[in-house]
Design a protein around this ligand. Structure first.
Ligand code: CA
Length: 202
């Protein structure tokens, strides 16, 4: 059985101590819902879909001492490039903190619409062909390959498979061309046989 060295009282103190900071984060979630028209929950950036507060796996009250220490390092990463791995954030949440630093991220709470512009525009964590920043704007999940705007996924897949599509198209055209000439050949042979029978008849 998994043992957690933190007593319940300490867990509650940690949750209460961080509550004021955490309550400001829904600004970003509201902005994404507003701009994309999609329902987005905390799972876009957090390990748990209900956010960091609580005692479930991926939430503050469930952290081990080592994870608490990692959380502390993540919260102290005020500058970009901290290479932190907060246990309450998923890969995209950590990508945001490592790319911007905690200081800039907190500043963006008053202008959450600018967050996507500040992220690295070429990063694509789920490798679905849609950059993380675009997924943030369109409200799709940057870590779920199958989750993306249908038109953007189609364009990305078309570009990725363009050579194969071109070869299949060429093979189809050549096949149809060959079939057409084959049918012409059969038709000519049939006509020739009919003429021969006509000429041989008395
Ligand atoms: Ca993506």
């Amino acid at each position: 059985m998994r043992t957690n060295p933190f007593p319940i009282a300490w867990k509650l103190l940690i949750v209460l101590a961080t509550a004021n900071t955490l309550q400001a984060y829904p600004e970003l979630q509201k902005q994404i819902v507003k701009s994309s028209g999609r329902n987005v929950n905390c799972a876009m950036c957090h390990e748990h879909s209900d956010g960091p507060e609580g005692t479930a796996p991926g939430q503050i009250g469930h952290l081990t001492s080592a994870e608490q220490a990692e959380l502390g390092r993540a919260r102290a990463a005020f500058n970009p490039g901290g290479n932190v791995k907060s246990p309450i954030l998923n890969a995209f949440g950590n990508h945001i903190i490592n790319s911007l630093g905690k200081k800039q991220f907190l500043e963006l709470k008053v202008t959450p619409a600018e967050l996507a512009d500040k992220l690295p525009q070429d990063s694509d964590l789920d490798k679905d062909g849609i950059p993380d920043a675009v997924e943030l704007r369109t409200g799709t999940h940057p870590l779920i390959k199958s989750d993306g705007q249908p038109w953007l996924l189609f364009k990305a897949n078309f570009a990725e498979n363009f050579t194969q599509i071109l070869l299949m198209l060429a093979a189809t055209i050549l096949g149809l061309w060959g079939l057409r000439h084959l049918l012409h050949g059969f038709d000519a042979a049939t006509r020739s046989d009919v003429c021969d029978e006509y000429e041989e008849s008395p």
